[in-house]
Design a protein around this ligand. Structure first.
Ligand code: F0G
Length: 460
């Protein structure tokens, strides 16, 4: 099937030069970086797909907002503008800005969790899991089994396995489940969406057992757009209406605004109506982040975030955004490169297990493909697999992830069709010599979130 590239609903007013090193230079740089792409200097990267987080291009309105940002310590105009946007879009009574998503997790999760408790999620993102574990609790992923088969094309592979959720609640006892977290889109499963039906069913289960439901809302707009495109009955609803409905089923949200709110820094906590919980959050924000009305951000960040929340839900923009992923995915389909299909909202998650079947999970196929992409075309990506998952916190043993993905996360409004073609060409060229690619071993690792810092070397 020929997929036409959806042309950009914007034009370019400012450019950022990038340079391409030679293959020899790239091989030297990645060795110096101890074979960890997080250790590379960004200027040595040609196309940076490490993350779609905070790497987005702001609009002229957002940059104008930077100038208008109110830098008052307390009660600034930009803070109130942000509160109005949050109320308008999500319909929640209370909002607290923080400096990014993990700060929201740090402020909120210790209030819900602790020793002996559990957090159950369709899938915890790595920092979310870390904050659950830092509170002394344990994180359980409960995604639908369809997510584990990258070749299976079903519309809502990010969903919660609600049958298993019920069973887990019965097994551990509702009083031990501090929170249920619905991550939209489900990043770790490949940016896969969650349906409204699943959101509603999960909400009903939580209500029945008196368990709080929290949305991890990093990619809420992309999720809503998938619902509009795929869920019967929603095709004529606006993305904004769909967002209201999604959030009506939860009690609170944490949000990394560095994704769908199209800013370089920012985060939010939203609380539907629990005034007491909000008050506790405010207290913790003051000690960890800064005063309530700036939450670790500058006034200019609050201002551009308030504007970005609306730009991120614009349907012409979302059509272009989804179109970029679909274009790349179609090129990979043509060449037989497997990925988590159908393609997700913020990137292509290449199935490294399928491309590199000779590399076992403990030699990190997703990571091996990431290193190859850098050597091949100066493309920086990362592993979303066993290397990222790390060791069992109780036994210290390497865990085996459900997937071994190499994630090509695409920043918003940054790369062009020609860049996307380079991504596809590089993957196709690596596929042709896949049997020569080697696995990796870790030579040093820190105890938590190791993939950001670990040193590795190729296995001879
Ligand atoms: N939740 C999800 C679903 C995320 O994807 C992220 C970040 C966070 C929470 C934490 O937010 O970075 O603002 O502190 N994801 C980035 C990524 C880092 O590359 O996927 P943060």
């Amino acid at each position: 099937m020929k997929v036409k590239y959806v042309a950009e609903p914007f034009r370019i007013k400012m450019v950022e030069p990038i340079k391409m090193l030679t293959r020899e230079e790239r091989e030297a740089r990645i060795a110096e970086a101890k074979y960890n792409p997080f250790n590379l200097r960004a200027e040595d990267v040609y196309i940076d797909l490490l993350t779609d987080s905070g790497t987005n291009a702001m609009s002229e309105d957002q940059w104008a907002g930077v100038i208008k940002g109110d830098e008052a310590y307390a009660g600034g105009k930009s803070y109130y503008k942000l509160l109005d946007a949050v109320k308008d879009i999500f319909g929640y009574k209370y909002a607290q800005p923080v400096h990014q998503g993990r700060a929201a997790e740090k402020v909120l999760f210790q209030l819900l969790l602790g020793e002996g408790k559990y957090s159950i999620s369709n899938m915890h993102f790595d920092t979310t899991r870390a904050h659950v574990e830092l509170s002394g609790a344990r994180a359980i992923d409960c995604v639908v089994p369809e997510a584990a088969d990258p070749s299976l094309r079903v519309p809502f592979k990010g969903n919660m396995d609600t049958e298993r959720l019920q069973k887990l609640i019965e097994k551990y006892g509702a009083d031990k489940i501090g929170v249920v977290v619905m991550t939209i889109t489900n990043n770790s499963a490949g940016g896969q969406p969650v349906s409204i039906a699943n959101m509603k069913e999960t909400s009903e289960i939580c209500k029945k057992h008196n368990i709080k439901l929290c949305i991890d809302a990093a990619r809420f707009a992309e999720n809503a757009y998938f619902i509009k495109r795929r869920e019967p009955g929603y095709e004529n609803k606006s993305v904004k209406e769909i967002i209201k409905e999604i959030f009506s089923y939860a009690d609170m949200f944490t949000m990394s605004a560095k994704k769908d709110a199209i800013v370089n820094m920012g985060g939010l906590i939203g609380i539907k109506e629990d005034e007491n919980l909000f008050s506790l959050c405010k207290g913790r924000t003051i000690s960890f982040e800064g005063f309530i009305t700036y939450g670790g951000l500058s006034g200019r960040d609050l201002e551009s975030l308030a504007i970005g929340l609306y730009e991120g839900i614009d349907e012409d923009y979302l059509k272009y955004r989804a179109g970029q992923m679909e274009y790349l995915a179609a090129r990979l389909d043509e060449a037989g490169v497997a990925y988590q299909a159908p393609v997700g909202g913020h990137g292509v998650f290449v199935d490294a297990k399928s491309m590199l079947p000779h590399i076992p999970y403990y030699e990190f196929p997703g990571h091996a493909l990431a290193i190859e992409l850098y050597k091949e075309a100066g493309i920086r990506t990362c592993d979303i697999g066993s290397f990222m998952l790390g060791n069992d916190p109780d036994t210290g043993k390497q865990l085996e992830a459900n997937f071994e993905f190499t994630r090509l996360a695409i920043a918003r409004r940054v790369y062009t069709q020609a860049h996307i073609d380079i991504m596809a060409d590089a993957l196709i060229s690596i596929k042709e010599k896949a049997d020569t690619v080697k696995g990796y071993k870790i030579t040093w690792e820190p105890p938590i979130l190791r993939h950001f810092q670990a040193s590795l070397e190729p296995i001879k």
